[in-house]
Design a protein around this ligand. Sequence first.
Ligand SMILES: Nc1ncnc2c1ncn2[C@@H]1O[C@H](COP(=O)(O)OP(=O)(O)OP(=O)(O)O)[C@@H](O)[C@H]1O
Ligand SMILES: [Mg+2]
Length: 430
Amino acid sequence: MRNILIISDESKEISAIFKTLNFNINKQNSKQKGIPFGTDSVNPLKYDIAFLDLDVDNWRKRLLELRVHMPVIAFSMPDVKRAVEAMKLGASDFLEKPLSVEGLKDIILRHKRKILIDEHGFGETIGKSSLIQEVFGLIKKAALSESNVLITGESGTGKELIARAIHRWSPREEKSFVIINCSAIPDTLLESELFGFEKGAFTGANYTKKGLLEFADGGTVFFDEIGDVSPLFQTKILRVIQEGEIMRIGGTHHIKVDVRIIAATNKDLRISCKKGNFREDLFYRLNVINIHLPPLRNRIEDISLLVEHFIKKHAHKRKDILVKNISDETMNILMNYSFPGNVRELENIIEHAVSFANSPKILPSDLPSHLIHSPSQKINPSPKLKEALVNIEKELIWSALQKSGGNISRAAEAMGIHRQQLQRKLKKMR
Ligand SMILES: Nc1ncnc2c1ncn2[C@@H]1O[C@H](COP(=O)(O)OP(=O)(O)OP(=O)(O)O)[C@@H](O)[C@H]1O
Ligand SMILES: [Mg+2]
């Protein structure tokens, strides 16, 4: 937990309790340090959780202002009526005065998952650049809102990761997060996949099947690659958004579905709309909150943190040595690379390097060869034909993977081989 906002005439005493719990209270938060008491002048985006004393003036107004930005823990002298009112107005919890270390510990445990724990990350999402910090702010806002979200950004920038983070931090976290890979569902299967069917609806419908949207009821639906869907798909999604209900194939009544929608694409949907390939009305319905993920080359400050994170993530795959870090020279090479496949490509590179490292420190020679050699030096001129062919194959595979942003299916397609074939070859290379 980082930033706690305390609104109370006794904020000094309360800060002292947090200190006992080893939390850093930004002294500026307290009234004593001269921050105006009203929340109007306090930037709520800076805080992760608020403690609001119901014995202060205007507590109702403050609660309404704060609750859209962060969990608000109300506290006061024992007063059931006020406690109930505060909870009705949106307080996440209520504590009785005097606050105790035990009581606060308990509350913090309960809210821990909703609070930023790591200074340089948002759960699994890592980054310290100002661009990614802005994204973290938007995730928080999106998590506390029910509005639809459109996540845009190049391939491999982390769109799915962000969608998951929004769900995990939202009040829907206990319910399902259903991913609908739009481009993988052909129009012929669209309705049965999205809406399900009743037994006997068509030949072969021997049982009643719930559709993906019904499965997601109460939770979040993530429409991935929304920019690639057919006009029919667009019309169906728009209807669900507008009506909030579906009908199974062969069904006789509509079923209400309460889903929060997040969509992602690496396409520029405004251009698709102009070209007539994407319905403008659907675009506006989806794009209520837009989160754009900048390419990794525009936030190189994040590279070293991500490298550290991926080394930790993949180190367990080596049973012989424990790869721990990376040499300065190797880091330099990475910092000067453009990462067309963004974070996914960086992760692939580190996974490769961890597999190839001969010591706990990753050296330039452990990197995929396209990073360390210029194109003319790439192929090792081995006199042995078999070895030379293996090297050429390696280069072609890495180059295809680089172009596909680390996407194995797309790389395989570009090389004219099956995905499984490519996976086997990659395994052999490791
Ligand atoms: N900020 C980040 N911190 C840690 N890992 C990240 C970050 N961004 C992306 N990743 C990792 O990079 C990989 C690619 O991310 P993800 O699948 O979310 O990208 P995407 O934008 O959905 O890509 P695509 O458009 O190709 O589907 C994942 O393994 C993800 O965990
Ligand atoms: Mg994705």
